[in-house]
Write a protein that binds this ligand. Structure first.
Ligand SMILES: Cc1ncc(COP(=O)(O)O)c(C=O)c1O
Length: 386
């Protein structure tokens, strides 16, 4: 039986050629493709600086570090995310504090944030869950009032917009992931975008062992070969091949977003009268038809998340879809419920009831821009039969 994944990359001949070209060039890492990719992504999102990383998790780790998160700090995030959003802060020695989600958006509940901020809180880290853009303006207001930074996990939301903007004016930094289920598939890859020069400089050092050769930063000069390790960093670099692949795909981002929006509108139309299936929030969102410049609110639709009436029904639906070759997935096990978070930080079931209820009933059905019309019809048929 044919298997339809919940998400997958589309690789065209032009992508393969772009990678092969790099293989014949002088640089496999730290070359012109990395810089070009950083510039493209920064420009598209209205950011002054961009630093590419080996993956989105490394980008998060670097961003928390660059925003000054250290041992003893706290950050506030959503439990309805991939563990990496919180892990990045744990790597820096911080305690992640979870605000519950808002059932209307499946993103962080903004009303809860203020009550969780204390003198240890350094960063608020919202996530655009599934590609639904969270209200960054409202979060910025809280952050300014409380003296915190905002780190936007936009791993699901490349190219998205709310009120006509991606939101760089409201955040200290944002991150992307280029894992194959995301819009831009580099194999592995990540990026931080920021408007803050101080953050940018720290990101550059962190990506490559804390080492610099920049004459303006060196404490002394011994000669052309000289470099200094000024802080503790990592090897979090991305390769030229990954960036060439990412650039080639980034050129098709608008097509990608358009197709995902089209798939979402077909699901919505076909499933809206199916009592037993809840649809994802799309209120206030416009369907992208032409070019994204004309659209003020743009859902990136990394995932298409439906909900069953209860946990038992979700399990039955998951199994029925898999028996029929539809590889639906659950996003996500709430982060605070993982054994590591329970044991290290003392979290337990009941801490975030809205997220826990969503987790119990959620299923992500296939959503990727290369999905054929026939495959989507088949998925809808199977769902209706269930
Ligand atoms: C919301 C979110 N943040 C961060 C990441 C981490 O990205 P990566 O897999 O590139 O390390 C992911 C990836 O699954 C994600 O979905």
């Amino acid at each position: 039986m044919k298997k339809i994944p919940y998400g997958r990359q589309t690789i065209l001949e032009e992508d393969i050629e772009a990678v092969v070209k790099v293989l014949r060039s002088d640089f496999l890492t730290q070359g012109p493709e990395v810089t070009a990719f950083e510039q493209m992504v920064a420009e598209y999102h209205g950011a002054r600086y961009a630093v590419a990383f080996s993956n989105g998790t490394a980008a998060l780790h670097a961003a928390y570090h660059a925003l000054g998160v250290v041992e003893g700090d706290e950050i506030i995030t959503s439990p309805m995310t991939f563990a990496a959003t919180a892990n990045g802060a744990v790597y820096c020695g911080a305690r992640p504090v979870f605000a519950d989600i808002d059932a209307a958006t499946n993103c962080i509940c903004i009303e809860q944030i203020s009550g969780l901020v204390n003198e240890k809180t350094k960063v608020i880290s919202p996530i655009a869950f599934a590609g639904y853009t969270v209200d960054l303006k409202a979060i910025r207001e809280i952050a300014d009032e409380k003296g915190c930074s905002v780190l936007y996990d936009a791993a699901h939301a490349i190219g998205s917009k709310r009120d006509g903007t991606f939101g760089m004016e409201y955040v200290d930094a944002a991150i992307f992931s280029f894992h194959p289920v995301k819009h831009i598939a580099a194999g592995e890859g990540g990026m931080v975008v920021t408007n803050r020069e101080d953050v940018y400089k720290k990101l550059l050092l962190f990506r490559t062992h804390g080492i610099t050769k920049d004459p303006q930063l060196l404490e002394k000069s011994d000669g052309g070969w000289y470099y200094e390790m000024q802080s503790l960093g990592y090897n979090f670099r991305i390769t030229e091949m990954q960036c060439a692949l990412a650039i080639s795909q980034f050129r098709r981002l608008e097509d990608n977003l358009r197709r995902r929006n089209q798939i979402a509108s077909i699901y919505e139309e076909e499933l809206k009268n199916t009592d037993s299936i809840g649809l994802p929030p799309s209120v206030g969102y416009q369907i992208l038809t032409e070019d994204s410049a004309s659209v003020r609110d743009l859902h990136a639709y990394h995932l298409y998340t439906i909900t069953a009436q209860n946990g038992e029904k979700r399990k039955q639906l998951y199994e029925y879809l898999h028996e029929n070759g539809i590889m639906a997935q659950v996003h996500y096990v709430p982060v605070h419920l993982h054994p590591f978070y329970r044991d290290r930080f003392g979290y337990s079931a009941g801490d975030c009831p809205v997220a826990e209820d969503f987790y119990a009933r959620e299923l992500s059905i296939p959503m990727y821009h290369g999905m054929s019309e026939e495959d989507q019809e088949y998925i809808i048929d199977v769902l209706k039969k269930f």
